[in-house]
Design a protein around this ligand. Structure first.
Ligand code: ADP
Ligand code: MG
Length: 247
């Protein structure tokens, strides 16, 4: 296998569930600093693809490389440590803890128990919490119980919890579902900020939002890639209109 300049290189990947191929022979290449959006009808295999990259689901065939490192059979926590963060569709924040605490507990601990207990809850952590809170627009809510946040703010907090780990690739599954128009706008700005120094893969259905954030769009259909390219080209592709946009 030759080396690649891509941050992420997914090659010839197939995922079978009891003989049913949820993903078949798929290739996906993501650049450093790129914001890639994946679209496609329900059941296309979008979530399964993220499951695969974060190690939640295993490939039946194919390879996944991140910064030229083979990830295909790596454990989930090692994939996180390698620099890949993933947000699921339902937010998983600690509702009873403050926003500050939610961010603080997400700071990566050392490998050893000693590392976890030692100096960590210090200026370094506090500084990082403040920087992340600023990035996700929750500086004014740090002392608030996370359960009191709006739906949109909860989603941002969870993104912030992932940012605490400083991932080089961040993957989000339908991040604006249930958000107000204003929250969607702020989320678009947030994602653009995040992409200044890391790459993202975002699954989304809202085409106005996709047009606003995507550097490049990948259209999935029945476990394969149907089309890929800039939003304008993808939107005008008759096959994409036929299986997805036309409905
Ligand atoms: P999308 O996110 O594009 O809507 P999914 O990746 O969730 O699609 O699902 C793709 C296909 O794989 C669907 O037909 C779904 O039913 C199937 N699938 C997903 N996960 C599993 C699983 N753990 N076991 C069996 N089938 C699954
Ligand atoms: Mg899905």
């Amino acid at each position: 296998m030759s080396n690649t300049d891509y941050l992420l290189a997914v090659e010839d990947i197939t995922v079978s569930f009891d003989g049913f191929k949820a993903i078949e022979g798929l290739n996906l290449y993501v650049d450093q600093g790129e914001l890639r959006v994946i679209i496609g009808p329900n059941g296309a295999g979008k979530t399964t693809l993220l499951d695969l990259i974060c190690g939640k689901t295993r490939a039946s065939a194919g390879t996944i490389r991140f910064k030229n490192q083979e990830m295909t059979r790596m454990a989930e926590h090692d994939i996180v440590r390698a620099g890949i963060g993933r947000k699921f569709q339902t937010p998983s924040i600690y509702e009873n803890l403050s926003v500050f605490k939610n961010l603080e507990v997400s700071f990566p601990r050392g490998r050893s128990v000693l590392g976890a207990l030692a100096f960590r809850c210090t200026d370094e952590v506090r500084e990082r919490v403040r920087a992340v809170a600023d990035e996700i627009g929750l500086t004014g809510s740090l002392e608030l119980g996370a359960g009191l946040l709006s739906h949109g703010q909860k989603q941002w907090l969870e993104i912030g919890m992932l940012l605490m780990q400083d991932p080089e690739l961040l993957m989000l599954d339908e991040p604006i579902a249930g958000m107000s128009a204003r929250e969607r706008e702020l989320t678009a700005e947030l994602l653009a900020r995040i992409c200044r120094n890391r790459a993202m893969i975002v699954i989304e259905h809202d085409m106005d939002f996709v047009a606003r954030i995507a550097h490049k769009v990948t259209v999935m259909h029945q476990g394969k890639i149907l089309a890929e390219g800039p939003m304008d080209a993808v939107k005008a592709d008759p096959r994409v209109i036929d299986v997805y946009l036309g409905h």
